[in-house]
Design a protein around this ligand. Structure first.
Ligand code: MN
Length: 238
């Protein structure tokens, strides 16, 4: 039984290669996996479940549906780009939407899976913006506007985020170490898997005499970044 974790694919019709890379992965590997966990930012932006066609994501939904139909379970945690993914998407694709910071019990270990942006607390401006876009009232209001308006709003948010990335230091945009340790202690974790920072790596931590690990997934560009878990072993394929 193999489980795969992926994140930060940033699928976009503006980059058709991103979509074919994903569909190819689903067709070739999807049905051989027991479970797939998508840890956010599957889409570069998502404007609501009624925007699939407008954004050119029909093939993505089809690939997900084929994979879930084959018996593979797929779970989805929203990222900061696709937080508007909702119930209709889930019904069409068979993908189960789960909470950010979900706890899994894997091979007798306590594992937390998350998008990862919530650990980047040094970026105070981002944390404030995050609170705003995760607000259900704001999300409901946005979903009432036209698809065109939502696409424009998404482009604005993306431009702002790209600007911020270019002026912020690397440290500010990475996870805060003290926050990571705090979460490991609070949830008594052995392992954490997240994405968002696009810095694929396996970090080893000593917490209260226990050796813990934090796996960070990379973004998908020309290549895919996947963590496979099998029989208690984890493999990060950058
Ligand atoms: Mn992200």
């Amino acid at each position: 039984m193999t489980i795969a974790f992926i994140s930060d694919l940033h699928l976009s019709a503006e980059r058709p290669s991103s979509i074919s890379l994903f569909c190819d992965f689903m067709q070739k590997s999807g049905c051989q996996l027991e479970e797939i966990y998508i840890l956010g930012d599957l889409f570069d932006y998502w404007v609501g479940d009624d925007g699939t066609e407008a954004l050119g994501f029909t093939p993505v939904e089809q690939a997900l549906k084929q994979t879930t139909d084959s018996g593979t379970k797929i779970f989805f945690i929203a990222g900061n780009r696709d937080f508007l993914v909702g119930r209709a998407f889930s019904e069409r694709t068979g993908v189960k939407i789960i909470e950010d910071k979900t706890m899994l019990e894997l091979y007798g270990q306590r594992v937390m899976i998350a998008h990862g942006d919530q650990f980047c607390i040094d970026d105070t401006a981002y944390m404030k913006a995050r609170e705003h876009f995760l607000n259900p009232d704001w999300q409901q209001a946005v979903l009432q506007t036209s698809i065109e308006d939502r696409i424009n709003e998404a482009m604005n948010m993306r431009t702002k985020s790209e600007h911020t990335k270019s002026v912020n230091t690397e440290e500010i945009m990475d996870v805060n170490q003290a926050e990571i340790v705090r979460i490991f202690k609070e949830y008594d974790l052995d392992l954490m898997i997240h994405g968002h920072t696009h810095r694929p790596y396996v970090h080893q931590l000593e917490i209260d005499g226990k050796t813990c690990r934090r796996y960070v997934l990379g973004e998908w560009k020309r290549e895919r970044s996947v963590i496979y878990a099998n029989q208690g072993k984890y493999y990060l394929k950058k």
